[in-house]
Design a protein around this ligand. Structure first.
Ligand code: HEC
Ligand code: HEC
Ligand code: HEC
Length: 435
C-alpha cells in the first residue's frame, strides 16, 4: 500500500506542477542571442574545419552519440532510456529535414540543448539539458558546426510514446522546469584555480556527472544539497564522488581518478554498467589535461557527511560461510586476498566503491553479471559471470558481506530481502534446485 500511495503522490504532484506551468514563458530563453536564426541545420555548410573539430570534441564530452544512436545509424535516435515514469526514446538529431533536426536553426538548436525546448515541445530531462544549459556559446556553436557534417538519416522516433499518463504530456515539463530548472548558465564556485574551474565546467556541463552521481527527488530532479554524494539509477548505484574517505574519493589520488576515467579502472575498482559505457564512449576521449581538471575539481568539493561503520566480526558463522563461498567461487578471478587482477577484475581490498550503503551495483553484477569497459588502453573488457542460478538470496548477501568486511573493509551487512527485491527487479534467474 505504501508504494501505491507514493506513486499516487507523484501523479498528483505532476498534475499540480502542470498547472503551475502556465507561467513557463517567464523562463529566460534569450541567453543564446548570438546564435543564427536563419540557416537551418540541413542547409548549414560550415567550412570552418577548426570549429568542426572542436565540435566533435564537445560532442564526445557530452556523450551525444551514445545516447542518440540505436541501430538506425549514428545520431538517428531511438535509444530507449528507462525512467521511473516509463520509457523514453532519444530523438533523431541528424540533419534530416523531416524526421531529424534538419529544420532547426542554430537558435532553435541552442534552445533545445540548453533550455529543453525541442521541436515537439518541452523536452524531458532524460535529455540532460539541465547540465548542458551550462555549455558556453562557443562550445554550442562548434557543436552545431559539427552536427551539420553528420549524415542525414530518415528515422521517425516517437519519443514519449512509452511514458504513462500524465507523464506523456510535454506541457507538464513546464512546471517541472519552473520548480527545478536552474537556467543561469555556468557560474563557477568562487575561488577555484583555473584548472579546477575548467573541471567544474566539464563536470557540471558536458560530462553531466551529477545526472548520475547526485541523488534525485520523487519528481526526478537532482537534490542540490547532496550534489555528487551518490545517486541510485534504479538498476545501478553511482557512488559518492566527494572527498569522504569512507564512501567517496577521499583517499583516491587525483592520478587514480584520471586513470579510472581514461581506462575504466584505477587498478582497484573496475567500472561496469553505465559508468563503463560513459568511459568507453566519452571519458577515454577527453584530453589528459581535461581529465586532470575534473579530478582537481572533485577534490575541492566538501566531503559528504557519514563515517565508517564497524566491520562485521570475521568469526561469525555467516562470515565463515561467506569466506568459504568466496574461496570456491570468486578467488580465481578476484584473488585469495581480494587483490584483483591488475585492473582487469576488481580488487576488493581498498575498494571504496564496494562499501556504500547502497549495494545496487554489487547486486547487479552478482545477479546478472557485468562487463568492464573496453578502452584504447585496456581493450579486454573482462566479464563477471552471474551467480543468480548458483546462490540463493542469503548466500549472495553473505558472500558480499564477506568481501565488504575483509582485508580492512567495513560496511553494513546486506539484508537478504534486498537481494530478493533486486532479483525480481532485474528479472535475474532463480537459484537452481541442485545447489
Ligand atoms: C542520457 C541520454 C542523452 C544524452 C547524453 C543526450 N541526449 Fe539529446 N535527447 C535525449 C532524449 C531522451 C531526447 C528526447 C527528449 C524528449 O523528446 O523530450 C533528446 C532530445 C534531444 C534534442 C531535441 C530534438 C528535437 O527534435 O526536439 C536535441 C537537439 C538533442 N537531444 C541534442 C543532444 C546533443 C547535442 C547532445 C550532446 C551534447 C545530447 N542530445 C545528449 C537523450 C540524450
Ligand atoms: C550514466 C551515468 C554516469 C555518468 C554520466 C557518470 N557516472 Fe561515474 N559511475 C556511474 C556508476 C553506475 C558507477 C558505479 C560503477 C561500478 O560500480 O562499477 C560509477 C562510478 C564512478 C567512479 C568510481 C567510484 C569509486 O568509488 O571507485 C568514479 C570515480 C566516477 N564514477 C566518476 C565519474 C565522473 C567524474 C563523471 C563525470 C565526468 C561520471 N562518473 C559520470 C555512473 C555514471
Ligand atoms: C571469471 C572471473 C570472475 C569471477 C569468477 C568472479 N568475478 Fe567478480 N568481477 C569480474 C570482473 C572482470 C569484474 C569487473 C567487471 C564488472 O564490474 O562487471 C568483476 C566485478 C565484480 C564486482 C564489482 C566491483 C566494482 O568495482 O564495481 C563485484 C562486487 C564482484 N565482481 C564480486 C564477485 C563475487 C562475490 C564473486 C564470487 C561469487 C565474483 N565476483 C566472481 C570477474 C569475475
Amino acid at each position: 500500500m505504501a508504494s501505491k500511495k507514493r506513486i499516487a503522490g507523484i501523479v498528483l504532484a505532476v498534475a499540480a506542477v502542470g498547472v503551475a506551468g502556465l507561467g513557463w514563458s517567464r523562463l529566460n530563453v534569450s541567453r543564446s542571442n548570438v546564435a543564427d536564426d536563419k540557416v537551418t541545420l540541413a542547409d548549414a555548410t560550415s567550412s570552418d574545419r577548426a570549429a568542426i573539430e572542436r565540435g566533435a570534441y564537445v560532442m564526445r564530452t557530452g556523450d551525444c552519440l551514445a545516447c542518440h544512436t540505436a541501430g538506425k545509424g549514428e545520431f538517428a535516435g531511438g535509444y530507449a532510456i528507462d525512467t521511473p515514469f516509463g520509457q523514453i526514446m532519444s530523438s533523431n538529431i541528424t540533419p534530416d529535414r523531416e524526421t531529424g533536426i534538419g529544420a532547426m536553426t542554430e537558435r532553435d538548436f541552442f534552445k533545445a540543448v540548453r533550455h529543453g525546448q525541442g521541436s515537439k515541445g518541452l523536452l524531458y530531462p532524460a535529455m540532460p539539458y539541465t547540465a548542458y544549459q551550462r555549455l558556453s556559446d562557443e562550445d554550442m556553436h562548434d557543436l552545431w558546426a559539427y552536427l551539420s557534417t553528420v549524415k542525414p538519416v530518415s528515422n521517425e522516433v516517437h519519443e514519449n510514446a512509452g511514458l504513462g499518463s500524465p507523464f506523456n504530456i510535454r506541457y507538464a515539463m513546464a512546471g517541472w522546469n519552473l520548480l527545478f530548472f536552474d537556467n543561469r548558465g555556468f557560474t563557477p564556485t568562487p575561488g577555484l584555480s583555473p584548472q579546477a574551474k575548467r573541471g567544474q565546467y566539464l563536470v557540471d556541463g558536458g560530462t553531466h556527472c551529477a545526472a548520475c552521481h547526485s541523488p534525485r527527488n520523487l519528481l526526478g530532479a537532482e537534490i542540490g544539497s547532496r550534489y555528487l554524494q551518490g545517486g541510485n539509477l534504479g538498476d545501478w548505484y553511482a557512488p559518492d564522488l566527494t572527498p569522504n574517505p569512507h564512501s567517496g574519493l577521499g583517499n583516491e589520488p587525483e592520478e587514480g581518478i584520471v586513470e579510472y576515467l581514461r581506462t575504466g579502472s584505477n587498478g582497484v575498482s573496475v567500472a561496469s554498467g553505465p559508468m563503463a559505457e560513459a568511459v568507453e564512449h566519452s571519458f577515454q576521449h577527453l584530453t589528459e589535461d581535461d581529465l586532470k581538471s575534473i579530478a582537481t575539481y572533485l577534490k575541492t568539493l566538501p566531503a559528504s557527511p557519514g563515517g565508517s561503520p564497524a566491520a562485521v566480526a570475521a568469526n561469525t558463522p555467516a562470515m565463515q560461510r561467506g569466506a568459504l563461498r568466496y574461496e570456491v567461487n570468486c578467488s580465481a578471478c578476484h584473488g585469495v586476498r581480494g587483490e584483483g587482477m591488475g585492473g582487469m577484475t576488481a580488487a576488493f581490498a581498498g575498494n571504496r566503491a564496494l562499501l556504500s550503503d547502497d549495494v545496487t551495483s554489487l547486486l547487479h553484477v552478482m545477479l546478472v553479471g557485468g562487463r568492464a569497459a573496453s578502452t584504447m588502453e585496456k581493450p579486454t573488457g573482462a566479464g563477471m559471470p552471474s551467480f543468480a542460478w548458483k546462490m540463493d538470496d542469503r548466500q549472495i548477501a553473505e558472500t558480499l558481506d564477506y568481501i565488504r568486511n575483509s582485508w580492512g573493509n567495513a560496511a553494513k551487512p546486506i539484508d537478504e530481502k534486498e537481494v530478493a527485491r533486486m532479483r525480481a527487479q532485474l528479472q535475474a534467474a532463480k537459484q537452481l534446485p541442485a545447489n
